[in-house]
Write a protein that binds this ligand. Sequence first.
Ligand code: BES
Ligand code: ZN
Length: 394
Amino acid sequence: MKRLNILATACLLTISAKASTPTYKYITIGTDAVEHNSSLLSLTNTAPSAEGISIVKVDTSKLNELSHHMHDEFQRCGGFVLHDSLEEAEKTLGAEGERSFAAQSLFSDYTLDQESLVKHLVASVQESNISSVIRHLSTYKNRYYKSKSGVDAANWIFDTWKGISAARTDVSVEKFKHDGFPQPSIILTIAGASAETIVVGGHLDSIAGYWGRATAHAPGADDNASGIATTTEVLRSLIESGYKPAKTIKFMAYAAEEVGLLGSSAIAKKMKKDGVDVIGALQLDMTNFKGSDLDIVMMTDYTNEAQNAFVGTIIDKYLPTVSWGYDKCGYACSDHASWTRQGFPASMPFESKKREMNRKIHTKHDTIERSGGNADHATKFAKMAVAFVVELDR
Ligand code: BES
Ligand code: ZN
């Protein structure tokens, strides 16, 4: 109840600030929501949609009603972005702008009110678990999306996640099969009473060389055994503590990121098509190389601004000794872009500033030794991600 009031107030403020401007404006809005609202709100001139986002001309006097409707039906605050002109709206679609809808909308309540539970769970995160998963995943010659060792590594993650969740009937683990290559993505689901879904994950594949990639030595300790190990420790901490989420939590190890975000793209598209309400996705790709003065660097491109700020408040509150800041990749550098492209809010907390990144990735030298032979840096990410899940869940 508290949450609804807060969001309704925020929505109304946004709309009333625009109330004195011309009668007709343009909004970018999820195509699913256009279909739901068309008759009720007499929206006119629906433009062709791109990536699940439509440009719609709308009578500004209807915006309040639309805002309420979006809130009630889609649990989105506003759930649309207002533009003064068609040209401005069009700019938000297409190459760079495809991310705008997911980047700007508010998808959840970002207040922090789970202090005792979060502190308890954060304290249960263990560096030794993370380093041991990094070490194991680094033993495959590579985890290339087309090689047998890449399939073996995926199966090992499946077996490991199955083992962790064996005692829980509300947890399931699946292999998500992909067309055109043998490496599956792995998805662990903790079923909640609500279908609202929180996603935490990273890519499981690794790559090195240009020719003969299927046989090249690619331990991928940092890129991205570290993200899988971090994800594994987050789900272990939640599951072994007996945590029963209110929302549905999904942990994902994506196949074939290194060849164009193939695994995450297929999953995000399917979840969009199936109408799954993803209220937040956290991407863990490279968490164990401390290359900068800042510990955690939030990538601003292809991510959701409000959710990024929320992650920042989590670090400030629960990990006060961890420093953080912002930078950008400059391109769709990892699986968070797959979520953003489908209109879901995503964040990509990264291990360093871009300029100070680990230069040994995609080579045979990407080993845990380069990170001092431990998982101290990744441990900060696991603690942050545990807090992210619990605070977004309640
Ligand atoms: N882990 C990297 C992404 C990355 C690298 C993020 C450096 C931030 C700094 C990822 O596995 C990767 O290599 N991505 C590709 C692009 C992808 C679409 C194939 C890349 O960065 O070239
Ligand atoms: Zn990579």
